[in-house]
Design a protein around this ligand. Structure first.
Ligand SMILES: NC(=O)c1ccc[n+]([C@@H]2O[C@H](COP(=O)([O-])OP(=O)(O)OC[C@H]3O[C@@H](n4cnc5c(N)ncnc54)[C@H](OP(=O)(O)O)[C@@H]3O)[C@@H](O)[C@H]2O)c1
Length: 312
């Protein structure tokens, strides 16, 4: 358990000297374009320096606009921020990887990425349709490419110097191990759903042993109610330590050694979610003892996005 009192500024080293990832990350899965810009700007203002994007979210241009505004105003320098985006399922064919990467980079208005992830291990029919289906509505998967083929193309991006680190997302431990063992450049990060109802201890242990960062999404359980934010253990601790349930959940995630992604959509929530501090050991242990087990996002089973937040 990490006891550092300033969790807000924690940075986790990436393997192969690929820099450091700020533990507290802002996720940009926001369906509304205008809200993407304001929420990203508010996150920057609150202190977030880690931004998680994806080709699939359809808003890299808007995230880029907000980041460019911060860079132009001198609020941040490029080296102060850590920017990730993700390769979508319909671009797994090796010859599609670099063009997809360059297109994302162009939309974000950046000249390098800190991290590029394979969004899910599922290859869809290659092409510009992000959601290819047959006449019955079944997803059209691409059996002509393996995850390792795609990984090799990701490794070339690092070789070419436009991307500092590469990783995986929405994947189970066995598949992570397979790629890890065959990779020339090992995955630096694995992004998966993780929170007290889905702690993924075994995957976290593997990641720690190998120097891979586990990057947790849904640390607040996607904000679903009833859910984690109303869990009696979490609200009890929040009352005891004088923090909000969201702050307790985010602190727990950082203290167990993961990085996290949260998506506050207002300035007030951005400040709240950034303002975390370390929990006492007894509170940390109490959260570890929660017995409820629940996966909220089924994307890991099919590659189909399982949770799309509602536009406000
Ligand atoms: N790899 C993948 O497949 C995958 C899948 C999902 C997400 N992600 C990434 O993870 C990021 C995080 O998304 P998430 O849904 O997992 O984030 P989250 O922080 O667990 O949940 C966000 C939800 O929590 C609510 N919320 C935020 N701060 C709050 C607070 N202080 N108090 C009460 N409610 C609060 C928000 O409500 P309001 O909107 O009302 O503020 C929103 O509905 C995404 O943006 C994306 O970058 C990746």
């Amino acid at each position: 358990m990490i006891e550092s009192s300033d969790l807000r500024l924690m940075r986790i080293p990436l393997s192969h000297g690929a820099g450091q990832m700020p533990a507290l990350g802002f996720g940009t899965l926001i369906p509304d374009a205008a809200l993407t810009i304001t929420a990203t700007r508010d996150a920057l203002d609150a202190g977030f320096r880690h931004f998680d994007c994806a080709e699939r979210y359809g808003n890299e241009r808007e995230v880029g606009k907000a980041l460019q505004a911060g860079l132009a105003a001198g609020v941040i320098a490029r080296g102060d921020i850590f920017v990730t985006t993700k390769l979508w399922n319909s671009n797994h064919r090796p010859e599609r990887v670099e063009p997809a990467f360059e297109a994302s980079l162009g939309r974000l208005g950046l000249d390098y990425l800190d991290l590029y992830l394979i969004h899910t291990p599922f290859a869809f029919q290659p092409g510009d349709n992000q959601d290819p289906r047959d006449a019955d509505g079944n997803v059209l998967y691409d059996r002509g490419v393996t995850l390792l083929d795609t990984w090799r193309a990701m490794e070339s991006l690092v070789d070419h110097g436009k991307c500092r680190a590469i990783g995986l997302s929405d994947i189970g431990l066995d598949e992570v191990k397979t790629i890890y063992e065959s990779a020339r450049i090992k995955p630096a990060v694995v992004q998966v759903e993780s929170h007290p109802y889905l702690p993924e201890w075994e995957l976290l242990e593997f990641c720690k042993e190998k120097g891979v960062v586990l990057l947790a999404f849904a640390p607040l359980g996607h904000g679903m109610k009833p859910g984690l934010l109303e869990d009696p253990v979490i609200s009890g601790i929040a009352a005891r330590v004088g923090k909000t349930p969201a702050q307790v959940l985010l602190a727990w995630a950082v203290q167990r050694g993961t990085a996290l992604l949260t998506t506050p959509r207002s300035a007030e929530r951005a400040r709240e979610n950034f303002d975390i501090s370390a929990l006492p050991a007894d509170a940390f242990e109490e959260i570890n003892r929660i017995q409820t087990r629940q996966r909220l996002n089924p994307v890991v089973n099919t590659g189909v996005p399982g949770f799309i937040p509602q536009a406000k």
